[in-house]
Design a protein around this ligand. Sequence first.
Ligand code: FMN
Length: 167
Amino acid sequence: MSKKLVLYYSYFGNTRKIAEAIAESLDADICEVKIKNEKKNQGLLGKIFTEMRKGSKTELEPIRLDLDAYDTVFLGSPIWGGGPATPIDMILRDGTVSGKKIAWFYCTGGESDNKSTERIIEKGKAKINKHNSFVSAAGFARVLKRPEQALEIAVAWAKEATSLGSE
Ligand SMILES: Cc1cc2nc3c(=O)[nH]c(=O)nc-3n(C[C@H](O)[C@H](O)[C@H](O)COP(=O)(O)O)c2cc1C
């Protein structure tokens, strides 16, 4: 069984753009993780303040998909506070996603230097490896500002990650 799923959360649409390109190029299923009653149309600062006020009270809509059917998950997440955004953090922590090979793609607000990239990947990897096996990671900055380049890199990365995952 080598069925692939692209599972992602996105607030502003950057991660969604990458997720859709990967799903299309791999002919994989795709599913969006959603926050219950999420307030949309907030700017970046508004969203940050909402998240800070909510603390750990975030609730997710159930994932209406049989996760058992997949062995590889391309997991997409914005970076919030230097790590995977709350919804993705939650499904990794509580084992909603477990026993999968995870190829992780993430979106940031700005370019990261080598040190902060390393920190982001180490943080994500540790969270992924709690219930799953980390395969590979790819980061993208300001995707919606220049999508073509990012999507090309994302698709090439996803193809490579697929072959890594099948070893
Ligand atoms: C609550 C919150 C925290 C964020 N923290 C970071 C951060 O630590 N580092 C960073 O580079 N960008 C940070 N950002 C910016 C997002 O990572 C960036 O806008 C990303 O592209 C959003 O992905 P999306 O369009 O899929 O929602 C943050 C955004 C929000 C809303």
